[in-house]
Design a protein. Sequence first.
Length: 590
Amino acid sequence: MTEYGRGPGSEPWHPDDPLYGDGGWDGQQAQAGQQSPYGGQPQQQYPEQQQYDNGNGGWNNGHQGHQGHHDAYAQQQYQQEYGDPGQQYPGHNQHQQQYDQVNGGWNNGTQQHAQGAYVPDPADPYGQQQAMAYGAGQQDFYGTPDAYPPPEPPSRRRADTTPAATPAPEPEAEKQPTAERTDWDPGPDQGEHAFFAGGADDDDDEAEERTGRGDRKGRGGKSKKPGKGGKKRRSGCACLVVVMVFGGGFAGVSYFGYQFFQNRFGEAPDYSGDGTSETVTVTVGKGEFGSVIGQKLKAAGVVKSVDAFTAALAQNPDRPNIQAGVYLLKKEMSAESAISLMLDPKSQSNFTVREGLRNRDVYALVDKELDLDKGTTEEVAENKWKTLGLPDWANDNDDIKDPLEGFLYPSTYPVAKGMKPEAVLKEMVDLSKAKYEEFDLEGKAKSLNLENPLQVLTVASLVQAEGKYKKDFLKVARVVYNRLDKNNTETYGLLDFDSTVNYLRGESKLATGSVNSLRQIDDPYNTYKIKGLPPGPIGNPGEVAIKAALKPAKGPWYYFVSINEDETLFAVTNEEHNENRKKYQEAQNG
């Protein structure tokens, strides 16, 4: 069986041929009841079918004698073209016979056979080409890499195409079988990527110039690719991209290599000397180590690099560690000078404002730290408080004794000789302002039934002063709010706090006097006489007291007394409170 599933014959017929299956050029064999060697099955019988006899110049009615003669001749022709069937198609160009159109028969060099000569059928589109006539030379596909395509029927053969011969004209692209389209380009998806195929494209262009097919219109007259210029330009751009990529990579490697070398082997940038006359403060927190401190110093402009600072620390491991605190330093100092100054106690200006401390006490401490005359800082506060940046809602009451009271937030501040008092006070006010914005005193005042944020700060200062222990601050804050209610039947809106009396007196005593004597004092801060809150804060509350004022505990208490640090007694009525006071007296006497 052949590869198309047909019986043996003189030449297999391709199924795509339009005449496949209709008897072909030797259909008279089917009339004689024989199997066609080209069709693989008996061909359709045509009673009126006749053959034209070129030798006799007329139509042959297909007698048996002519039929037999033609079959014998077909077998002889098959052997002459393809040789012994046991061999693989030797070159048949040496044995091809030429058709003699003049004599009307086949000429094998010794004799002519006029009987059964083949004349191309006018209806056959392939038989009209002189170059495709039966017996014409055809390239041996079985001896080339194109051995897979099957041979063509005799009527579709082209002239002999030896390596030196010029190829015959090709049929139109739409009629040409796939096996004959030798100019097909698989494209970049079927083989080598187009980016790396630039050289091959140039070779193709040169080949096209030699063959005269530069436009490559083998498929419907459309050009396959643009001219050579586009390919060359693309190759040039590709080279430029590669150069830029490798050049950029080399530059990046060089830069990072230099940085690595500098970090590992080069000297870190550093200032020289003891710095400028400009001073700055740097705060070192607990547990902070060398590189963290170095980052703070660099950010403040003290040292030039963190590496210089850490390297200077590592040079003398026996040095004491830099302690937590606030340091007064100079700008643009060498790392060595900065470390020496930080280890000097004179630079450790750790001035601390304790929680609940009144302003008058803070002023005295500042005078001492700055080595100023007593009262210098208090005078500055009295005269320059409007220039220190207080919030808009602060101290809008003319009865306030100190406009800065409550705005010197408890914390640690840098205070050293050479600084001005107003600079120290301004830093305290700035921190207070930032903290109160963080706590949102202004936004929460109305929810607490208070008129403004200043009253919230005043409540916090009372909690800080009256509450002896922080664990009791939430309940103390509730006592303040319960007493502020004018409808209560215990105090009727009076706070009755000794802390307010001590504030107006500038004292800190437990024995402030009898209740009747205290009610005689005519002062806006006297909560024994004036209902409601005092005009302003009576100290500087800390964070715990402020949070307690913003969110007090829930309860009906109006009184409290601390027996000791572990116990504070709260009462709802005055009778219950008097019993608790007896317990307090016993604890004090015992």
